[in-house]
Design a binder for this molecule. Structure first.
Ligand code: SIN
Ligand code: CO
Length: 388
C-alpha cells in the first residue's frame, strides 16, 4: 500500500497516517472528482423528508445571526417554507441510500471499516454554516457541489468553553490559521479537536466522511453485559485465606484486592472481552436504514449461480471479523455469525470490501445456506447483472 494516492494529494497512506492522521489537517485539491454530482441539492432536500432518515435543519435568525435553532427529523415540507437567509440542512448516513457514495469509502482503504461512522451531507445556500465548532472525531470533508470556504483554528478539548444559550456547541472565537475555498472534488482532512468553520460560498453540498471510536463507558457497559450473561460466573467466589481476625465493620484493602483480582482475571483470560468489543463495533449506527429484503432460500440462490450476479456488503450493515489461531470469527450488526469454516475466506473477502462474482466458488450446500441467512439478515446484498 505504498503507492501515492490521489485522494491524499500524491502522498502514500503510510505518510498520511504518520504525519497527518489524528494530528494535523490536509487540503487536497481534486482529491475525489468521482463525488461531483452524485447528489444535487434537491436530492438532499428530498432525502431529508424520508421517514427513516436522520436529518437536522439548522437556522440562524435574520435579525440576529448569532441566534441559532435546530430542528431534528422527522422534517416536513413546511420546514423548508419561509426559511431565513442562513440555514443548513444536515443529512446523516447518505451512504446508506446511495450505493455510488458508499463505494467512495474505498478511497480510504488505509482506515479499517470498524472506524467508519457514516457519510453526512450538508446543504447550505450562500452564507450558510453550522458555526465555529470542533468534533471529537476524524473527518474528511469533501466538496460535492458548489463551493465552501473553510477556516481552521486552534485545537480544542473537553475543557473548551462553548457559547452559552445556543442549541449547538459553538466556539466563541477561532484563531484562524487556514482559510481556503474548496471546489467540487476538493478534500480537507480535519483531525479530532481542531476547530473549523465552513461557510457556503454559493448553493453547496459538503460530504463528511466521519470516523468513530468507542468511549470507555460504552465499552465497559458492553463488556460487563457479556460477562453478566455467563452462567459459569454466577457462583460466589471462594473466600480469601483468613489467618487473622480483624474489625468486623471493615472491608480490608486485601479483601478488595482479592475480589478485584477475580474480576480482572476474567477480563484478562476470557475471550468474552474481545468478543464484546467486536460485537459493539459491528453494531449498525442506524438500524432503521437496514433494508428488509425479500426472503431468499438456498435453492433460489442455486438457480442464479453463475448468471452474472455479484455479492457485496449491504452499505447500511457492518460485518467484521477477528483472526485467532488461524480461525476467522465473524460479527454482523452486533451479533456473532455462525458460518461453515470453509465459507470463511469468502466472507472475509466480502468483509474486506470486495465485490465477488456469485459463481461456482459458492456452489456448496452449506455456503448457500449461510449466504441465504446473510442475505435475509441484509448483511450482504446481491447485485443483479448489468444490463447490456
Ligand atoms: C458542514 O458540512 O457544514 C459541517 C461539517 C462539519 O463541520 O463537520
Ligand atoms: Co465539524
Amino acid at each position: 500500500m505504498s503507492s501515492p494516492l490521489q485522494v491524499l494529494g500524491g502522498i502514500t497512506a503510510e505518510q498520511f497516517l504518520n504525519e497527518y492522521w489524528q494530528k494535523k489537517p490536509l487540503l487536497v485539491r481534486n482529491a475525489m472528482p468521482e463525488i461531483i454530482n452524485i447528489l444535487e441539492p434537491d436530492d438532499v432536500k428530498e432525502l431529508a423528508l424520508e421517514e427513516t432518515v436522520s436529518a437536522r435543519l439548522i437556522k440562524q435568525k435574520d435579525k440576529d445571526p448569532n441566534q441559532w435553532s435546530v430542528k431534528s427529523s422527522p422534517l416536513i415540507k413546511g420546514d423548508f417554507q419561509k426559511l431565513p437567509k442562513l440555514w443548513t440542512l444536515l443529512v446523516q448516513a447518505v451512504d446508506h441510500y446511495s450505493f455510488d457514495l458508499a463505494e467512495l469509502w474505498k478511497k480510504f482503504p488505509f482506515i479499517p471499516q470498524w472506524r467508519r461512522d457514516d457519510i453526512m451531507v450538508s446543504y447550505a445556500p450562500k452564507g450558510g454554516s453550522v458555526g465555529q465548532h470542533f468534533d471529537f472525531y476524524d473527518v474528511f470533508l469533501v466538496q460535492g457541489y458548489g463551493h465552501r470556504r473553510w477556516q481552521l483554528g486552534q485545537m480544542c478539548d473537553e475543557n473548551t468553553a462553548f457559547v452559552t444559550g445556543q442549541p449547538l456547541k459553538l466556539l466563541p472565537e477561532m484563531d484562524v490559521h487556514f482559510d481556503e475555498v474548496l471546489a467540487p472534488g476538493d478534500l480537507l482532512y480535519v483531525p479530532p479537536g481542531l476547530s473549523h468553520y465552513g461557510v457556503a460560498e454559493d448553493d453547496c453540498l459538503t460530504f463528511s466522511f466521519g470516523f468513530r471510536m468507542p468511549n470507555v463507558a460504552t465499552m465497559m457497559d458492553r463488556v460487563s453485559d457479556r460477562f453478566a450473561d455467563n452462567a459459569l460466573l454466577k457462583n460466589p467466589v471462594i473466600d480469601i485465606m483468613r489467618d487473622q481476625v480483624g474489625q468486623i465493620g471493615e472491608m480490608t484493602s486485601n479483601e478488595l484486592a482479592y475480589l478485584k483480582a477475580k474480576v480482572l482475571d476474567q477480563l484478562q483470560h476470557s475471550s468474552d472481552f474481545e468478543h464484546a468489543l467486536v460485537a459493539l463495533m459491528s453494531e449498525p449506527k442506524y438500524p432503521d436504514n437496514i433494508p428488509e429484503p425479500d426472503e431468499i432460500e438456498a435453492d433460489d440462490l442455486r438457480e442464479i449461480l453463475s448468471t452474472g450476479y455479484e455479492l457485496c456488503l449491504e452499505p447500511a450493515s457492518r460485518l467484521l471479523y477477528t483472526q485467532q489461531d488461524d480461525q476467522l470469527l465473524f460479527w454482523a450488526n452486533g451479533e456473532a455469525c455462525c458460518i461453515d469454516d470453509r465459507f470463511a475466506p469468502l466472507l472475509k473477502a466480502l468483509a474486506d470490501g470486495q465485490v465477488l462474482p456469485f459463481d461456482a466458488q459458492f456452489d456448496h450446500d452449506e455456503f448457500l445456506e449461510d449466504l441465504a441467512q446473510l442475505l435475509n439478515d441484509s448483511v450482504l446484498m446481491l447485485l443483479p447483472p448489468e444490463e447490456e
